[in-house]
Write a new protein. Sequence first.
Lengths: 398, 261
Amino acid sequence: MIPTPIHPKLDPANPFVGHQSRNQIRESFVRWILRIGTLIIVSVTAAIILHITVKGAPVALSREWPFVNVTFLTELPSTLHVIQDHQGHIIETDVNGADAIKMQLGANLRQEKTISYSGGGILGPIVGTAMLVIVSVGVALLLGVASAIYLSEYASHGKFIEMVRLAILNLAGVPSVVFGLFGLGAFVLTAPVFTSAPLDRAIFTLPLGFTTLSFQGWDTCVLSGGFTLAFVILPVIITASEQCLQAVPLEFRETSMALGATRWQTIWRAVLPFATPGILTSSILGIARAAGETAPIMFTAALAFKDKLPWQKDLVALPADASWFAHWEQSIQRFLAIFTESVQALPYHIYTLAARIPQNEYSERAQYGSVFVFLILVASLAATSIWMRRRLRAKYKW
Amino acid sequence: MSDNPTANHDAHFIQVEKFNYAYGDHQVLFDVDLDLHREDITALIGPSGCGKSTLLRSINRINDLVEIARVVSGSIKIDGVNLYSPEVDVISLRRNVGMVFQKYNPFPRSIFENAVYGLRVAGIKDKWELEEAAERSLRIAALWDEVKDRLHANATSLSGGQQQRLCIARAVALKPRILLMDEPCAALDPIATARIEDLIAQLRGQFTFVIVTHNMEQAKRIADKTAFIYKGKVIECADTMEIFGNPKNKLTEAYITGRLT
C-alpha cells in the first residue's frame, strides 16, 4: 500500500500503516461467501441423507432382531391390498390374503384399496441391480483396462492418440438416455446370437451348419443392460486406469526391460500389479455409477414389474424319470437365465414408485424404503473402495 | 553375442565407433569412439547433460524406450556384433548386459522376488533353481548375510544402500558379462556409497563394468579407465591415473580441477 492517506491517530513512521479496516472487511466478506457456499452444499447433502434416513429407515430396518425388515429385503414386490372396516381397522395384505379377509369381514368391509408395486419387498430390484452391476463392471474392466494399457504403454504419442483420448472424454459427456438408445439398437436389437431359428428381423444371418449366427439382438435382458451400462462407465474406468498406470514409476518399466523382460512381461509383472489398487478403486466408483443409472437400462434390461427372479424362469417340467443330463441341462438353463432374463432394478423401481403410480402413504413408504436401501448399498460400495485402496496402498508402496 | 572363449583380457570387447545419437532433431552424441576392455572398470565422467548417461543406456539399448531416440550413424559392438543391427535380439542382449540405475528402485515385492525377477521373466520356474540363483546373486551383491532370514520381507523395508545392493543382485542374477551403472551411488549416503564401491572393487574381473559417475573421487578410487565426455564428444579416454594425474586435454584438466561445470 504505497501512498494512502494515513489515519491521524496512526504512527506515520510505521511503514505498514494502511486502510486496515477496509482490507479486513473485504477479506472477511470473501471468507464468508466461500464459507456459506460450502455450508449450503454440506447442508443439502445432510438434508437429503437425513430425510431419507428418517423416512426410509423405519421401513427397511426393525427394532427387534435381526434389526432389518426381513420381508422388505427378501420378498418380491407385489400389489398391496389395504382393507378397512367400519371400526376403522386397517389391514394390509397381499392379493392372496385379501379375499379371505374380505370374506371374514362380510358386510363390515368399508373399503379396499390396491396400491401397485408397494407390497412385499424389493428383492427383485436388488438382485437385478446386482446382476447388472456385475455384468457391466466385468465388461467395463476388461475393455477399459485393455484400452488403458494400450493408450498408456503401447501407443506412441501423436495426433491419433490425442483424438482417441478426446473421444473417450466425450463419451463421458454423452447423456445417459443416449446410451440407453444405443444399447437398444446395438444389444437389444442387433447383437449376434447363436440360434437354430433366426428371427425375420435379424439384420444379418450367418449359417454355420450346426447352428446359425443371427444378428437379431439379445432382447431386453441383463446382458443387454450390463453391456449398455459398461459403456456408460467405460470413460471413467479408462481415464482412471490410465492415470493409475502412469503413476507407476517409469523406473519400474526400465528396470524390468533392462532385466530382459518383454513389454508385455513388464506390464504384467512390473506395472499392472502396482496399478491395481487404483484401478479397483475407480471400478468401484464405476459400480456406484452403474447401480444408479436409470435411463440406460429402461430400454435394455429393466421391467417395472416382474414376479419372478431371473433363475425362476418357467421351464418345461421334467418327467419323474428324467436323466441326470436333463436335470443338468435345466440347471445350466437356470444359470444362463440370470443373464438372459429381464429384471427389475432399484433405480427404475424407485422411479416407478415415485412417478408412475398414484401417490399415497403406502407407495411413499415403499419408495423411501427402496431409496434408503439403495443409499446404503451405494455408500457401502464407496466404503469398500476406500478400504480396499488403503489396504493395497499399504502393500504396494514405493 | 556369441560367447567367444578365446577372447582375452585386452580384446576390444565393447567398441563404440563413430556413434552419433539423437533425440528427435536434437543430437546428443557426436562421433563417439570408445574401446572398452573386457573385465575393466570404465568410468564415464563429465558435466550434467554431456551425454554420458545416453551413451551408457545405448549399450543395452534401454534408451530404445525413449520414443524419439534414434541412432544417427555409427555402431556399438560387443564382441564384434553390432548391437543395432536388425538381427540382434534386444531381450537376449539385455540379459547379457545388466544395468543398475541411479535411484535404487526395487519392486515393492519381496527381496526374493526382486532377486529372481530376471530369471522369472526368462521363464525359469524351478523353485530350487530360483532359490539357488537368489542366494548366489545376493552373495555376489554382499547382501546375503543381511537378508537371508527375511527373504520374503518387502524390499522397500531395506535401507537405501541395501536396496541398491539388491538392485545389483537383481542385475547379476542373470550372469551378465557386462554391468552398466548409472550413477549407482548418487542417492546414497557416504557409508552406503563406500560399501557399493567396495563391492564393485570385489567384483572386478567378474564383470566388465561401465560406470557413469559425477563423483570424480569415485572414478579415481574404482576405475581402471576413465573417459571424459563433454557436450556429446569423448574428449579424452585413458587410464584413470593418466586422466587425473596427467590430462592431455585442456578441457579435461579444467573439468577435473573443477573449473568447468
